[in-house]
Design a protein around this ligand. Structure first.
Ligand code: PLP
Length: 374
């Protein structure tokens, strides 16, 4: 146990009470809507958090890298969805996990890849479970739910020798939705689209056991999830300024912040300099699309109280400039003063750190590791 004041800067700080509150709120929502929660660990990248997030559910999780898959397998997770399109070069690593009794489910939207997965599986002596990715409006990966290719890909999966488990979608365009009504509409578009794709496959004779959907905004705003078996939100665990601006959490729910030190004060420019720049905070500016004066993050004092109007206006690699429209309270921002910065995008900010400093009532009670890289 140590004090916040003893941590080096920059450090990644996690508020335990807020994390728990975020996990409970989403778990209750998913239970009320009658679906399994297979949370996306691309954000938290931590076994401690994964164990808490899956409590009361099947224990399935979602990952974005094979490094995460291996790490969570080592931590005891047995149902893992690798939700980034698969390529043959990654199959040997995937097969090694399946041989260790991990149900590692892969994703593709392409007939040639689906066939290649089956052929490689034959050579490697494993049968890969596969989900077909569906585009329900985000325009990133996936097939249109009504596309003729959907049935071709399903055939390529089963004829290739893999197991067709079902369909998966991620309504990434929920991040562009303005207001609760539009968010509910995007959530329904995601649900209806992925359910329609699953029905088309069933009518074509394929046994579909999984219909997987989800982003944090759609999970937070969906009114019904008929036809969906599981949701995969991720950033709801930590929260960030973008989620607060969208409306899927409150600013008071944001559980991660970057602890930084003031390293210079420049009244003539109405700026103070901190030792957290683009590497410590990330260069993500997403919440600026919705709110003024966000820059690279809002500024809190060390205890976690917001310093109204203060934000990180610009960054260099290891330097950040804090300013405000009003004159800065320089008497409270002397060099050596410690601040905390709320991030625009928690997933990207946290990626610079290999562990969380877990905070309970002002005390650092634990260090939780994170798995980065690929
Ligand atoms: N599923 C997939 C395939 C994703 O790519 C993501 C996030 O990028 C998620 C689920 C989780 O969404 P969110 O980050 O909004 O919680």
């Amino acid at each position: 146990m140590s004090q916040l004041s003893e941590l080096p800067t920059p450090s990644l700080v996690l508020d335990h009470a807020r994390l728990d509150r975020n996990l409970t709120r989403m778990a209750e929502r998913m239970r009320a809507l009658g679906v399994d929660l297979k949370p996306h660990l691309k954000t938290a990248k931590s076994a401690e958090i994964a164990r808490r997030a899956t409590q009361g559910f099947s224990g399935g999780i979602t990952v974005s890298t094979l490094a995460e898959a291996a790490y969570f397998a080592e931590a005891g997770f047995r149902d893992i969805t690798y939700a980034v399109g698969i390529v043959p070069a990654k199959l040997e690593e995937a097969a090694a996990l399946i041989r260790r009794d991990v149900e590692l489910t892969l994703v593709s939207d392409h007939p040639a890849m689906a066939r290649a997965v089956g052929e490689q599986g034959d050579k490697l002596g494993v049968r890969f479970p596969l989900l077909i990715e569906i585009d329900t409006g985000s325009g990133r990966a996936g097939l249109d739910p009504d596309s003729a290719l959907l049935i071709d890909v399903a055939r390529a999966v089963t004829e290739g020798g893999s197991e067709l488990v079902g369909v998966l979608t991620h309504a990434g365009h929920s991040y562009d939705a303005k207001g609760p009504e539009e968010l509910r509409r995007v959530a329904e578009q995601e649900r209806a689209g992925v359910a329609r794709a699953s029905e088309r496959l069933r009518q074509a004779g394929f046994a579909i056991k999984r219909v997987s959907a989800g982003s944090t905004p759609t999970a937070a705003f969906a009114e019904r999830l008929q036809g969906v078996t599981d949701m995969r939100p991720g950033i709801y665990m930590l929260g960030d300024l973008m989620q607060a601006a969208i409306g899927s959490c409150a600013v008071e729910d944001i559980a991660v912040s970057v602890l930084a030190s003031v390293i210079g004060a420049y009244p003539e420019r109405n700026q103070v300099l901190i030792d957290a720049g683009s590497l410590a905070l990330s260069a993500d500016r997403s919440a600026n699309s919705r709110w003024a004066d966000v820059g690279y993050g809002w500024v809190l004092n060390e205890a976690g109280r917001r310093l109204d109007g203060l934000y990180v206006a610009s960054v260099h690699q290891e330097h950040g400039f804090v300013t405000s429209r009003a004159p800065l309270p320089f008497e409270r921002l002397q060099p050596g003063t410690r601040l905390r910065i709320l991030p625009n995008h928690g997933c990207i900010t946290a990626a610079a750190y290999d562990h969380y400093h877990v905070l309970e009532g002002g005390e650092v009670v634990a260090e939780w590791e994170r798995v980065n890289g690929w």
